[in-house]
Design a binder for this molecule. Structure first.
Ligand SMILES: NC(=O)c1ccc[n+]([C@@H]2O[C@H](COP(=O)([O-])OP(=O)(O)OC[C@H]3O[C@@H](n4cnc5c(N)ncnc54)[C@H](O)[C@@H]3O)[C@@H](O)[C@H]2O)c1
Ligand SMILES: N[C@@H](CCO)C(=O)O
Ligand code: NA
Length: 439
């Protein structure tokens, strides 16, 4: 049996678990791969740093370049752009296959990396980059290769799902929930990427590219994180039978003339509590895929954390090893469709709008008028009286809270409606604007 040299770059939450699996499960992995997978070394910043997982000290090196030169398979789990990118390219130049979980790098620079890997006749695997342990990229790019995917919708960031779930179920505040997510190893090194939606945007880009066989630029993702979600939003959602989830939504739309375009958006979303995605708790992820022939599919599991993510990484290492052993080419990304990016005139969604309004005759009519002017129709409107006077309302007259859910409209017309409502003299403030799915 051949021996393949495996180089591991980075030994944090995920890397340390990958090392453990490679060392503990060597016999099984060899049988499944057709080659012995020898962990040749682990590149770290400081070989003497304390670690949570006990690993043989002689495996550690601070010379990542030297480790990469000799490897058959390189696993990049350092994260960030550099030196991750240069080391991946160095690995490719040396003819090694690469496994990475680095969605930030792939979303920014994936097409160039795929091209270089293809030119060097090696593979680049990244199942861990989207939804951690959940097998989602291989199902999309291989199992569904004979179908046409139209929509991918998912909870793809464990940290934000954990935070929103804690706020909803235990009343925890945002900062405490974030700290707990960091301690559990879900968050990125800089959790801004999680809470501002950038991590979900990177995953949305990768999902769209694979699902629709096109390049979708990261900067074309319409992205909003969860930092503006308040306890009041969570409570209002609960009162109205909804839950707030951060969703990544990638859609392909085909116009009557046959031209197709793609949109990717990430935003906090109100979902009815009866929706299957509403039942995704903690750091779990779930991805819905809609395809013309397959219909609706749902993939569910642990989207973050060292051990679950390591499962996806080692699965990719086995795939890489099998391909090296068999000598054939494996999966190739097809991004040749060059679909256009759809703008807000084409994106259809519905809005939840929370308003503080003066409680006086004619208020509802004025508001309804603005909706009609923008061609947006109202699905639900609910009014609650405030028991105390609100600051900012002249002469202490009574105020009311309005909650409105619209029918589906274009993002452009809904946003314009909200702007026009803000200008009405009877509107004290727009307290909340959230998109709604699944109604
Ligand atoms: N943690 C998760 O749940 C998860 C899930 C999916 C994907 N990922 C991705 O996997 C990668 C690793 O994530 P993590 O959670 O293990 O991160 P981490 O911060 O725990 O680990 C990264 C490790 O790499 C080391 N490192 C960074 N630069 C280095 C360098 N130049 N040389 C040597 N070592 C270096 C760091 O010191 C750290 O120990 C990231 O790309 C992340 O986005 C993480
Ligand atoms: N920080 C990411 C890790 C998994 O990609 C998350 O919370 O989902
Ligand atoms: Na995955």
């Amino acid at each position: 049996m051949n021996t393949l040299k495996v180089a591991l770059l980075g030994c944090g939450n995920v890397g340390s678990q990958v090392a453990r699996i490679l060392l503990d499960d060597g016999q099984d992995l060899a049988r499944r791969s057709g080659a012995r997978l020898e962990l040749a070394g682990i590149a770290v910043r400081n070989v003497d740093a304390p670690r949570d997982v006990e690993l043989p000290r002689e495996l550690f090196t601070e010379d990542a370049e030297a480790l990469v030169k000799d490897a058959d398979v390189v696993i990049e789990l350092m994260g960030g752009m550099e030196p991750a990118r240069s080391l991946i390219l160095r690995a490719v130049e040396h003819g090694a296959s690469v496994v990475t979980g680095n969605k930030a790098l792939l979303a920014a620079d994936g097409p160039a990396l795929y091209e270089m890997a293809a030119a060097a006749d090696v593979e680049l695997y990244f199942e861990a980059a989207v939804a951690g342990a959940i097998p989602i990229l291989r199902p999309i790019s291989e199992s569904l290769a004979g179908d046409r995917i139209t929509r991918v919708l998912g909870i793809v960031n464990g940290t934000t799902n954990y935070i929103l779930d804690q706020m909803d179920t235990t009343g925890a505040d945002f900062a405490d929930a974030l700290k707990a997510a960091q301690a559990l190893g879900y968050a990125e090194a800089d959790p801004t990427a999680d809470i501002e939606g950038l991590d979900a945007a990177a995953k949305g880009t990768l999902l769209a590219s694979l699902a629709f066989h096109t390049v979708f630029p990261l900067d074309a993702v319409r992205c909003q994180g969860i930092t503006s979600i308040t306890a009041a939003d969570i409570e209002a959602a609960r009162d109205t039978g909804f839950v707030i989830k951060l969703l990544a939504i990638a859609e392909k739309q085909t116009a009557k003339d046959g031209t197709a375009g793609v949109s990717v958006r990430v935003h906090p979303t109100l979902l009815p509590r009866t929706h299957p995605l509403a039942a995704v708790h903690g750091a779990f992820n779930a991805v819905f895929v809609e395809a013309e022939n397959a219909g609706q599919l749902m993939f569910y599991g642990q989207g973050a954390g060292g051990r679950p993510t390591a499962s996806a990484v080692v699965g990719d290492v086995v795939a890489a090893a099998r391909r090296i052993v068999s000598g054939g080419r494996g999966r190739t990304e097809t991004t040749g469709e060059q679909l256009q990016v759809l703008g807000e005139d084409s994106i259809l969604t519905s809005y939840y709008i929370g308003l503080d309004v003066a409680d006086q005759p004619g208020v509802l009519a004025k508001i309804a008028h603005v909706f009609a002017d923008h061609g947006v129709s109202i699905e639900v409107m609910r009014q609650t009286m405030h028991t105390e006077d609100l600051p900012g309302i002249a002469d202490g007259s009574a105020a009311a809270e309005l909650r409105i859910i619209t029918h589906r409209g274009t993002e452009a017309s809904l946003a314009a409606t909200v702007e026009a409502i803000k200008d009405l003299d009877v509107v004290n403030s727009v307290t909340s604007v959230l998109r709604v799915e699944g109604v």
